[in-house]
Design a protein around this ligand. Structure first.
Ligand code: ADP
Ligand code: NI
Length: 216
């Protein structure tokens, strides 16, 4: 039964994200789904179905890709069609709405913590570096501009207009994620990915010979 629901959900997600080139394609969803299962297996807490459904559906109401309200309605309609209990549906919708970085650190259920960590793992490390530059290009951002330093604090609305270079995004968000992990397992998995980004930035600046930026 639940296997069938997962298969239908995969199809539903693939239909909507098939052509995405902003770093939110199906394989992003598949990695987040996989990360979420790994974290859930280790932590042994939270409802498995909520974790899997929220991981699979988490980007279908992301305002960068879709209208949030319409996206949430579409997800609700789909889950109702699958005959899923109303309390599970509400929990999935709540997780999807509360895990985004740009919404700040909202209080999360156990399932929310797992899915947020799973999504954030995919924003760091080698894959996170690839996604950041892919998103930056898609979004009209430069790779690097020595005249635009990273900001201490990000106002997402202003950032959309100013389009600061992608390399700044590492200091503004990606290097912060390790400390923001909510589960023990997520934090452990984040470590080597975090270190890889530090090494990457060191190499990046050594190649362009700019000593002006200090790494932590
Ligand atoms: P969330 O959904 O948690 O708010 P995002 O959707 O903002 O996360 O991020 C999705 C991907 O796009 C991540 O890999 C992230 O690093 C990348 N990204 C988001 N904003 C920027 C940016 N300003 N520059 C480069 N990459 C970005
Ligand atoms: Ni995501």
């Amino acid at each position: 039964m639940s296997q069938n629901i997962i298969q239908h959900t995969i199809q539903f997600v693939q239909e909507q994200l098939a052509d995405d080139s902003s770093g939110h394609d199906w394989y992003h969803i598949q990695r987040v789904w996989h990360n979420a299962q790994t974290i859930h297996d280790k932590e042994q807490k939270g409802n498995r179905l909520v974790v899997e459904l929220a991981a699979l559906l988490h980007d279908l109401a992301d305002e960068k890709l879709f209208n949030e309200i319409e996206g949430l309605n579409r997800i609700q309609y789909f889950l109702e069609g699958e005959g899923i209990a109303e309390n599970i549906i509400q929990h999935v919708l709540e997780v999807i709405q509360s895990i985004s970085y740009r919404k700040g650190d909202l209080p999360l259920s156990t399932e929310g913590k797992i899915v947020q960590d799973a999504d954030r793992l995919d924003a760091i490390g080698a894959i996170g570096i690839a996604r950041a530059f892919a998103y930056g290009g898609h979004n009209g951002r430069k790779l690097y501009d020595p005249h635009i330093p990273p900001k201490e604090y990000i106002d997402h609305k202003a950032d959309e207009k100013e389009k600061s270079p992608t390399i700044n995004h590492f200091y503004e968000k990606l290097l912060r994620l390790q400390d923001l992990m909510k589960t023990e397992t997520g934090r452990k998995l984040a470590q080597s990915r975090h270190e890889f980004m530090i090494d990457y930035l060191e190499q990046f600046y050594s190649e362009i010979n700019d000593e002006s930026i200090e790494l932590e």
